[in-house]
Write a protein of this length. Structure first.
Length: 110
């Protein structure tokens, strides 16, 4: 079932959109919600674009981690933030890697 490969992708883009909302960037928030919806268009360049934008979503988690650590006190525990943002980065990469499937490539005529 190909549809199950889209669920982690949508979840990761919703989380990226929420992070953009917390940063105060409404335009990127809306763009983050539009990116997984582009998969409705069954064209090969769209699939490749969504895959690479998902891989570039790690930059948002790195930026968020640097922002949260800069707001912390010098003696605070950084371990939880690093652990959480590392998990989110791996989730985002994993959801992009789920799109590398032969069934999806046949569906998008790649």
């Amino acid at each position: 079932m190909v549809i199950y490969r889209f669920i982690p992708l949508v979840i990761s883009w919703i989380l990226i959109s929420a992070q953009n909302y917390l940063d105060g960037n409404k335009f990127l928030m809306i763009a983050s919600l539009v990116i997984p919806m582009l998969l409705i268009i069954m064209r090969p360049p769209i699939l490749i674009f969504v895959q690479w934008m998902t891989f570039l979503g790690i930059i948002i988690w790195i930026k968020a981690g640097a922002n949260y650590i800069s707001m912390m006190e010098p003696n605070d525990n950084y371990f939880i933030i690093v652990l959480l943002l590392s998990f989110l980065s791996l989730w985002t990469v994993g959801s992009g890697l789920l799109l590398y499937n032969d069934d999806l490539r046949r569906l998008y005529r790649l």
